[in-house]
Design a protein around this ligand. Structure first.
Ligand SMILES: [Fe+2]
Ligand SMILES: [Fe+2]
Length: 221
């Protein structure tokens, strides 16, 4: 028997595993050529963020089908129905930031996204479709679990001589994601999760950390 709350149990796992991701993030934001790298970061960030709403929709669809037979589906569906509109259009913020830096959206969208980002999202479609949609909560817990520090990114924009407008994606997420993180925690705590659900969310979260680290590392290379 595990006496931790569901959210605490997942957050503890993520905290133990996210070291490599934090390391590459530090390397990225303290990079001497950050001004050149930043558009590459945004391109990769867009490749990931564009999947968040479609992934949640795929999970919601699965939950709808299992509504009468799966005890987790109703609560998860309720969470997703609230959160999907809250995340809609956030990929546009990244394109806006790139536009501010002089990258036309047609050109950004024409570029082939990195395979690491495709693997990151593709794995979630697999878990959702073939295993259980609860896996996606591990992915979301990683992605929204450490909201960007608004003051840090404002001063980073100033430091590298880029308009703060070109950091809108990070700055807006810094304002919104503390609430989104808390909302997910409350949703997790209310779900009738078993040890198997926790194991699956853990696998999904670890894989997300691993592949996000690769996505971020490619921006630094
Ligand atoms: Fe978002
Ligand atoms: Fe969010």
């Amino acid at each position: 028997m595990n006496h931790l709350s569901h959210s605490r149990r997942l957050r503890d796992k993520i905290r133990l595993a996210r070291g490599p991701l934090d390391t590459v993030a530090e390397k990225l934001w303290s990079h001497p050529r950050l001004r050149e790298i930043y558009p590459e970061f945004l391109f990769r960030n867009h490749a990931v963020i564009r999947c968040s709403v479609p992934l949640m929709k795929a999970a919601a669809e699965r939950c709808e089908k299992m509504l009468d037979t799966d005890p987790v589906a109703p609560g998860m569906l309720e969470y997703l129905r609230k959160h999907i509109p809250e995340e809609t259009g956030h990929d546009e913020w990244v394109l806006d930031d790139l536009a501010t830096l002089g990258y036309r959206r047609e050109d950004v969208l024409k570029r082939i996204p990195p395979p690491s980002a495709a693997a990151l999202a593709g794995a979630q479609y697999y878990w959702i479709r073939h295993v259980h949609p609860v896996a996606l909560l591990g992915f979301i817990a990683v992605l929204e679990g450490t909201p960007p520090d608004v003051a840090f990114f404002e001063s980073t924009a100033d430091r590298i001589g880029v308009p703060r407008r070109a950091f809108s994606n990070l700055l807006l997420h810094g304002k919104l994601d503390p609430q989104h993180r808390d909302d997910l925690d409350h949703a997790l705590d209310a779900l009738p999760l078993t040890g198997e659900h926790h194991a699956l969310m853990g696998v999904s979260a670890f894989q997300t950390i691993h592949l996000l680290t690769r996505v971020a590392d490619e921006a630094v290379q």
